[in-house]
Design a protein around this ligand. Structure first.
Ligand SMILES: [Zn+2]
Length: 262
């Protein structure tokens, strides 16, 4: 399983705009809430074997500000699951003492079960998006959440804004039996990775792969083959994994990006 993929929830997007249905789910005794505090999700269980820390609504009602964002994540069977931003609380962990702790998701990711990790990534990406989009990109007026936290609407010009996902191409360049790995100039001396870069408007995935390889390492790629993709909620990328066949191993590095490549 690719980390952050394989979300088990039924997102039921057609119900997001049904305010009466959402309100009924929020009152339902079976509903569960995942609180996030300053983008750290609540995790239950032992420190080395955490789970997504969903709790009963009554436990978090007093923690969220009146205008706090809640996001309908989807259904687990018949049970509705929401994320709730409790960032306004000074010490929400105290109110949830004994049940778990708020933890930085990236550091805990390798310890979490795949399905939980995918839900936590969804929740973190959504709450982060709300925190960054309090004002309309068209006219500058405040925006408010709508559709159970799945869009924002401008209070002045009524423009609707939807959660964003930024595509990133990540590519393993190959030539014969060799592949190309690089080390970003900001990384530790022994950290190497496939090269990656944000896609630009008006570009196909294949074109972005060839451009990034040429800009960063000076290599010329021919055939590009898509392999798999991965959501990356820090804050909202989609990593698009490709293989790229290169014509030679000659490198010409962009030293503003790469310290080293082999
Ligand atoms: Zn506006």
């Amino acid at each position: 399983m690719i980390p952050f993929s394989g979300n088990p929830l039924n997102r039921l997007s057609e119900k997001r705009a049904d305010a009466a249905w959402i309100a009924e789910k929020l009152r339902h005794p079976d509903t569960l809430i995942l609180p996030l505090w300053r983008l750290h999700p609540f995790l239950s269980g032992a420190g080395d074997a955490p789970r997504a820390g969903f709790v009963r609504p009554g436990l978090v009602d007093g923690l969220a500000a009146p205008d706090a964002v809640s996001v309908f994540l989807g259904l687990d069977g018949e049970r509705a699951m929401f994320a709730l931003d409790v960032s306004a609380a000074e010490d929400p962990a105290a109110a949830l003492a004994g049940l778990g702790e708020f933890r930085e998701l990236r550091g805990a990711a390798a310890l979490l079960p795949a399905g939980d990790l995918a839900i936590l990534g969804q929740a973190r990406a959504m709450i982060d998006w709300h925190q960054r989009h309090g004002f309309c990109a068209k006219c500058g007026a405040p925006t408010i959440a709508g559709d159970a936290g799945n869009k924002r609407v401008c209070t002045a010009c009524k423009t609707e804004h939807f959660p964003r996902t930024d595509p990133v191409a990540i590519m393993l360049a190959t030539e014969g039996d060799a592949c190309l790995l690089g080390r970003n100039k900001n990384w530790a001396a022994d950290s190497f990775s496939a090269l990656a870069g944000f896609m630009e408007p008006g570009e196909s995935i294949e074109e972005a792969v060839r451009r990034e390889l040429n800009e960063e390492a000076g290599v010329v790629a021919g055939a590009v083959r898509y392999v798999a993709s991965q959501p990356w909620p820090f804050p909202s990328q989609l990593m698009i994994g490709c293989f790229a066949e290169c014509e030679s191993r000659a490198l010409k590095l962009d030293d503003s990006e790469l310290a080293e490549a082999r």
